[in-house]
Design a protein around this ligand. Structure first.
Ligand SMILES: Cc1ncc(COP(=O)(O)O)c(C=O)c1O
Length: 413
């Protein structure tokens, strides 16, 4: 009798590392011989966390505040987060529905595990952060992709068209990675109403909440603040990696929609991590204490956007300046090259690293038996490249000028 690999094993082995990870690896290798490399491929900001964060982290580790704690996270931190969510995001929640997680990535993973069921579909944007796709596939969702408009914002009509009776979950990411799109109130209302009509849950990934430039950041959960918790749809995900720049600390948090999802989430979180790191959470409290000092980070990234990206709009590589976030997708298809060819030449001949777009629009295919074919990069973003604009301003300006120069050179050939 022939043995076939069990499907859970087959699926994980069909998902490659993302292009982000590959670019990270390739750039680090290249940098050893080319130390002047300009790195616009990774969202590592030019600024770091306030000094009080490191001090509190070290103090907590040194004075014994480093033991196992509650699976949901320190009560002191969750109480502070509930206050922040009410005051800043307009979200009505309470510590019992809040989970501190090791980076928001782990929060996203845990939520998807809570919400999956056999055959369930998740709606993802056609140009997406590849980690969202990896997470959805690993949880066992079948991903279905909705279209974006010319400014990379979700198209509600497309969401209606691609949804099926198996749809359970809609993923919204605003400001978005990779395109810096921001969903305004009318769009958020339209998406919420569709989800409500169909009884879907929503995951709202708000990692870039502190970097909305086209207007104030809006949290979709604020739309349901007057609804009883047991009827709510929105699970909101936040991180300390972006606003306070605590990328390496690994600290995020999730406000789940309903009490019964909190019950499931406690089990998922217990099985994944037992409890989040305690010293990191004390560092998080220090970051909340210093939140008044963080406006400069927003201004820095916005200043980068204005200083460096306008030339990409003038060259016709961007439809407009991004409404938020740390990244843009520049359209280099007028060069006749693919994103992969362009990024390779930009790195080798001009010492600038960006990420090819095709890793942001990969679409898995499934056989008749439901088994997933090996995932390959490709799709609608193949003629685009992603640029991180949270980095050092001089580096960014030089890197973008070189990129635009390469586009002009190729157009003339
Ligand atoms: C859209 C989005 N969500 C979540 C994250 C995860 O951040 P962390 O796990 O560091 O909180 C990132 C990081 O780049 C991101 O771009």
């Amino acid at each position: 009798m022939t043995q076939t690999a069990p499907p859970w094993f087959a699926r994980a082995s069909s998902i490659p590392s993302s292009w982000l990870y590959e670019s990270f690896r390739i750039a680090n290798e290249r940098e050893r011989e080319h130390p002047g490399l300009i790195k616009l491929h990774v969202g590592e900001p030019a600024f770091g966390p306030p000094e009080s964060v490191a001090k509190e982290f070290a103090a907590a580790a040194l004075d014994g505040r480093a033991r196992y704690i509650d699976v949901q996270g320190l009560m002191e931190l969750r109480e502070r987060l509930a206050g922040k969510l009410a005051a800043v995001n307009g979200i009505d929640t309470e510590p019992s529905r809040l989970f501190v997680t090791p980076g928001s990535c782990q929060g996203l993973v845990a939520l998807m595990r809570c919400l999956v069921e056999p055959g369930a579909e998740i709606l993802l944007p056609e140009i997406h952060w590849p980690v969202h796709l990896q997470q959805a596939l690993l949880a066992g969702f079948r991903p279905v992709f909705y279209r974006l408009d010319e400014h990379f914002a979700p198209d509600p009509e497309s969401i209606r068209r691609v949804a099926t009776p198996a749809t359970r979950l809609l993923l919204l990411n605003t400001p978005s990675n990779p395109a810096g799109a921001v969903a305004g109130l009318p769009l958020q209302r339209a998406l919420y109403d569709i989800a409500d009509e169909h009884g879907w849950q929503i995951i709202s990934d708000e990692a870039y909440e502190d970097f909305a430039f086209s207007g104030p950041h809006l949290s979709i959960a604020a739309l349901e603040r007057d609804r009883p918790a047991r009827e709510r749809l929105v699970n909101s995900v936040f991180t300390f990696s972006k606003g306070p720049a605590m990328t390496g600390y690994r600290l995020g948090y999730v406000a789940v929609s309903r009490p019964e999802i909190a019950t499931t989430m406690r089990m998922v979180q217990e099985s994944n991590i037992i409890a989040p790191s305690a010293p990191v959470q004390y560092a998080g409290i220090a970051a909340l204490d210093a939140s008044g000092d963080l406006a400069g980070n927003h201004d820095y990234v916005r200043g980068n956007r204005d200083a460096a990206l306008s030339c990409l709009v003038d060259e016709g590589l961007l439809p407009a300046l991004p409404g938020g976030g740390w990244y843009v997708m520049a359209d280099i298809s007028s060069t006749g090259m693919t994103g992969e060819e362009f990024t390779a030449e930009l790195m080798i001949d001009h010492d600038v690293v960006v990420v090819p777009g095709s890793g942001f629009s990969a679409r898995p295919e499934f056989g008749h038996d439901g088994a997933m074919q090996p995932l390959r990069p490709g799709g609608v973003a193949s003629g685009l490249v992603r640029i991180a604009f949270c980095v050092d301003r001089d580096q960014l300006v030089t890197g973008v000028e070189r990129l635009a120069g390469l586009v002009r050179e190729k157009r003339q050939q």
